[in-house]
Design a protein around this ligand. Sequence first.
Ligand SMILES: [Mg+2]
Length: 194
Amino acid sequence: MNSRFPKLIAFDLDYTLWPLWIDTHVGSSLKRDGDTLNEVHDIFGDKVSFYHDVAQILHQLRSAGVVIAACSRTTATDLAREALSLLLVPPKAGDASSTVMPAIKFFDQLEIHPGSKIAHFKQLHKKTGIPYSEMLFFDDEMRNKEVKSLGVTFQLVQQGLDNACFEKGVENWRAQHPEKVLDDAAKETLDTSL
Ligand SMILES: [Mg+2]
């Protein structure tokens, strides 16, 4: 099985990881009921939760050592961070040692600010040093595919992130960046040039 991932995978938030626009659908001041998993409420009782498959995808990437980024152009920057801090991600399936963690701990990088996502990715590149060819981005808005001009692989999310869409994105990245296998002739050239 091919388990090759890009070094960094970034996710949009609204309608990619959760089914709402955090700036217009959610009132300020979020609350979690005890240790309820994957669910917080705003002052009107409206719910914020990740789509069903998101938790295990985050676990898979974390285990694989992939740098995980959130990349959103919402104007509700603080509220988005608050939601990520409060949302509890269930443990990794089939791993008895896995514990409940706040969603924000899964994200190595947060780029949450309005404007073109080109700027978000330039920041990610600057902060991590990871080349754009090693970045894969999941987003539900077609306009954000402009990041492809940098060399980032873009995967459109049509009904929220699920396992099928995630696999499609990763396959898309693998197809665009085939594994470099050195044949004997190439190795010889490499040896003599050392
Ligand atoms: Mg979105």
